[in-house]
Design a protein around this ligand. Sequence first.
Ligand SMILES: C[S@@+](CC[C@H](N)C(=O)[O-])C[C@H]1O[C@@H](n2cnc3c(N)ncnc32)[C@H](O)[C@@H]1O
Length: 301
Amino acid sequence: MDCDELSMALPRYPNGPKADPMKPDYANPDFWDARFQDTEGLFDWYATYDELNDTFEEFCPIKSHCEDSLLVVGCGNSAFSAELHGAGYQHITSIDISNSAISKMKQLFDRPGMTWQVMDATAMTFDGDSFHLAVDKGTLDAMMSPGTNEFAGAMLEEVWRVLRPEGLLIVVSHSGKRLQLLKSHGTWQCLEIRKCRLSPQATFINMLRCKLPPGAPLKDALQQPQLLQEAAEEAKQALRRMAFLDAFRIFKARKQAQAGHIQEAEEEPPGEAGEAVSNGSNGSDPRRQPFCWIYVLRKVV
Ligand SMILES: C[S@@+](CC[C@H](N)C(=O)[O-])C[C@H]1O[C@@H](n2cnc3c(N)ncnc32)[C@H](O)[C@@H]1O
């Protein structure tokens, strides 16, 4: 079966909930395919390997895990898989439901040890226990956008199935309120929940989006130099703030490690800005949040 046939055979969620017509239809595979057809180049949601590498080094250091098999779930046109490979992980399989995304990535990164496959993350064709580590950056969030957990739950169960016992799942999300969902699909031990600064590119785009009228395309900002300048200044400030908080977190983690204190995160951090992201109820614009959340989970059997 080639990419086109497989893509045709993939489910289009015919009976899925209808998304808000004012918002991008992130849970609809057709939305993504159309988007990747029209997009050139690479784009990473939330964060790049630069922002995430300390988490990888802490939980699956390249030195001892370079031979592990990694699964990137919903890779889109992100440089992340290639960055992981460049950093030293040698076996990386990246899947996405979008045929356009996968064929572009295959052309760009046709490297030994990197495999690209069109595949629905809610119904994977891999054997059980195939991977040591799975990474999701933004795909779980996309699946939850119509306000249901149905697809996200199916994806998590699949990830759990294809991971080896003790295998790790790293989820990068805009929300600090995902633990309950994660824990209700598969048996996981939560090793860590932490904030991570957004990449400069993602921060700048978020700031631009806040300034544009709802639904306006980003390219509208190009005709407004004042707006671009304000967004750049706000992004700079947000990045400075997050760099400071990051340095503090790393310092604290080192101190805890020196004291032999291993903390298992069982509860989600209360009252954080992640709350605003999940429900927007406190009136602040969640897109101004200059960080995302990282969850590190271990498959328990
Ligand atoms: C928010 S984007 C994140 C892309 C990439 N992980 C990143 O960090 O830039 C969500 C991705 O999930 C993919 N996706 C959506 N539903 C999917 C599914 N059922 N199976 C596999 N991929 C899916 C989309 O095509 C898109 O590439």
